[in-house]
Ligand binder design. Structure first.
Ligand code: IMP
Length: 180
């Protein structure tokens, strides 16, 4: 049903699986001896974060923050809203933000600064996808699943107008879907 709206698969289920294993092993190594706080940015982080944390072999805590930058369209807005804030203090914590995609870099610029402002000891980012051609701010995520071209993608957490998050892979949406 959803598949008919997809032009092509960009990152398959098995590729996502391999990415999560690779990133989880790297994070386990880099944070050895620490108890990081993994902060997922809702809603896009959900499937990626759920898969990734299975491969992180550390004592770590999980928290969620609701952040919205797209308001129904296919391009980021400068208006970044926190729709659900953290419920714990981040002071002196080593934070790893889990994100679905970095595009313009605006969302993470705001959130990283906010967490440092609240006293975090370190703030780094793990993202499933990086779309560097979309950047308007200089922002380099520490952990990147895979780099994608400047195309609008959906699936594995990523939405168009709140739909397609439940696709098990990342695909390019047919332009006629959002031109309707
Ligand atoms: P940024 O602030 O422009 O880096 O945007 C980050 C947010 O924009 C992500 O968390 C996504 O929710 C959304 N986003 C960016 N590119 C795409 C895309 O290709 N498909 C769906 N959502 C996207």
């Amino acid at each position: 049903m959803l598949e008919k709206d997809i032009e092509r698969v960009l990152v398959s289920e098995s590729e996502i699986d391999a990415i999560c294993k690779r990133l989880g092993a790297q994070i386990t190594k880099d944070y050895a001896g620490q108890k990081p706080l993994i902060v997922g940015l809702l809603k896009g982080c959900m499937p990626f974060m759920a898969e990734l944390i299975k491969h992180i072999d550390l004592y770590c805590e999980i928290e969620l923050m609701g952040v919205s930058s797209y308001h129904g369209g296919i391009s980021s807005s400068a208006d970044i809203r926190i729709t659900k804030d953290l419920e714990i203090t981040v002071k002196d914590r080593h934070i790893l933000i889990a994100e679905d995609i970095v595009d313009t870099g605006k969302t993470l610029d705001v959130i990283v600064k906010l967490l440092y402002h609240r006293g975090a000891a370190s703030v780094d980012v793990v993202t499933l996808l990086d779309k560097p051609a979309g950047r308007v701010l200089e922002f380099v995520p520490k952990y990147i699943g895979t780099v994608i071209p400047k195309e609008f993608v959906v699936g594995f957490g990523l939405d168009y107008d709140e739909m397609y998050r439940n696709l098990p892979y990342v695909g390019v949406l047919k332009p006629e879907v959002y031109k309707k």
